[in-house]
Design a binder for this molecule. Structure first.
Ligand SMILES: Cc1ncc(COP(=O)(O)O)c(C=O)c1O
Length: 389
């Protein structure tokens, strides 16, 4: 199929919910993807923050192949060997040891919100200005950007937004709203432009939630699975949330999400509180197993801060500010990112924009090395020069 035909058929038959790059990708290997014309791109967009091991990592591909010949699927009405192994492995690697498997980030958030509401008996959820938590109705209610929420406000549960990093605002809200079930926070607000907060803020929030009997939920759909240097970014703050949501990197591209719970919360969960036909399916579990085993065996999490430092060094003369952690990187630049991204694509590099017109997002895989970073830096310098001249 040629590029023109691919673009035409998607644009004709798919409902227009996405603003797409005009690129049809048909193959991937490691840090690179190829389009239908055979052009190669260095993928520092990571397939939308999804590919911690790069594209088509052989261990994940082999695991899926082998599993597909044994058992493609059986639901949670039965036990299964690969699901049991992944549950143990995830519990070994993550700070919370009780798991619900689903298929996407938004479902992982929905699960956390349901459990928080049932456990506390309260319905109010607080999230942060700038937050993105997904598009199904529960998680959409906690997503800040009005352009996503506005058409649906009539059917969304009541939501409250606080400024991220402001402990005084959090204290004032939580002490006056004793009917708050949970604070939901994306520790690095990726889509907002890699907006974060100091470690002390997260420690303060933990204390505040404890003193007001409010649950603390970390949305680690982007930060999780080692992308920031530890399995959960909460480990870097020295705190343990009550729940953590994971998706994106977890299955190296196979759809899978997970909500991790404390044992205390898990003990309160009853049959029927949540469910998913496909959650914990065998193909997804085989991809998660190979992904987690590789991250652990190859010490890939240790690479994340090094990649951040190397990219910081490489873009030093141009970047106005570096944001984020590990392989979740924001670069503030003078020109509009919307003008740089096409220039980068022309030079064979994929990167992302954000809600901040001057913050470019990079979500490289944990396997990116000096050669890839040098290749990115050269294209980045040329693209900026192009746009400024
Ligand atoms: C922080 C965060 N939470 C939740 C989601 C929703 O995940 P999904 O698109 O898999 O439903 C996203 C998606 O981009 C996200 O970035």
């Amino acid at each position: 199929m040629n590029t023109q035909a691919i673009l035409r058929d998607e644009d004709t038959f798919l409902i227009p919910t996405y603003k797409k790059m005009p690129v049809a990708l048909v193959r991937g290997e490691g840090c690179y993807v190829w389009d239908s014309d055979g052009k190669r791109y260095l993928d520092f967009y990571g397939g939308h923050c999804v590919t911690p091991l790069g594209h088509c990592p052989s261990k994940v591909v082999d695991a899926i192949k082998q599993q597909s010949e044994r058992l493609l699927f059986y639901s949670n009405v039965v036990y299964n060997d690969v699901r049991a192994r992944v549950a143990r492995l995830l519990a070994e690697m993550a700070p919370l040891k009780r798991i619900f498997f689903c298929n996407s980030g938004t479902e992982a958030i929905e699960t956390a919100l349901k459990i928080a509401r049932k456990s506390t008996g309260h319905s109010k959820i607080v999230s942060m200005v700038g937050a993105f938590h997904g598009r199904t109705l529960g998680s959409l209610a906690t997503t800040w950007n009005p352009s996503y929420r506005a058409p649906f406000t009539k059917v969304l549960p009541n939501s409250h937004f606080l400024p991220i990093g402001d402990l005084v605002a959090a204290e004032s809200f939580l002490t006056q709203n004793k009917d708050t079930a949970a604070v939901l926070i994306e520790p690095v607000q990726s889509i907002a432009g890699m907006v974060g907060a100091p470690d002390e803020y997260f420690r303060g929030l933990r204390k505040l939630c404890d003193s007001t009997s409010t649950l603390l939920i970390f949305d680690e759909v982007q930060t999780g699975v080692g992308r920031t240097g530890t399995f959960s970014i909460s480990e870097q703050f020295g705190i343990v949330p009550d729940m953590i949501t994971l998706a994106k990197s977890l299955g190296s591209g196979i759809p899978v999400g997970a909500t991790l719970l404390s044992k205390t919360l898990s003990d309160e969960v009853q049959y029927g509180d949540q469910g998913s036909t496909f959650g914990g399916g065998m193909i997804a579990m085989s991809a998660v197993e190979a992904t987690l085993q590789t991250i652990r065996a190859d010490s890939l999490m240790d690479r994340a801060p090094k990649i951040f430092d190397a990219i910081t060094e490489a873009v030093k003369p141009i970047a106005l500010e570096m944001r984020g952690h590990g392989c979740l990187i924001g670069i503030r630049i003078k020109p509009k990112v919307s003008s740089i991204l096409p220039a980068l694509r022309e030079r064979g590099v994929l990167a992302g924009g954000s809600a901040d017109p001057n913050v470019m997002r990079l979500m490289p895989p944990l396997i990116a090395d000096e050669k890839h970073i040098a290749e990115f830096a050269e294209a980045f310098r040329d693209a900026i020069e192009d746009v400024q001249t």
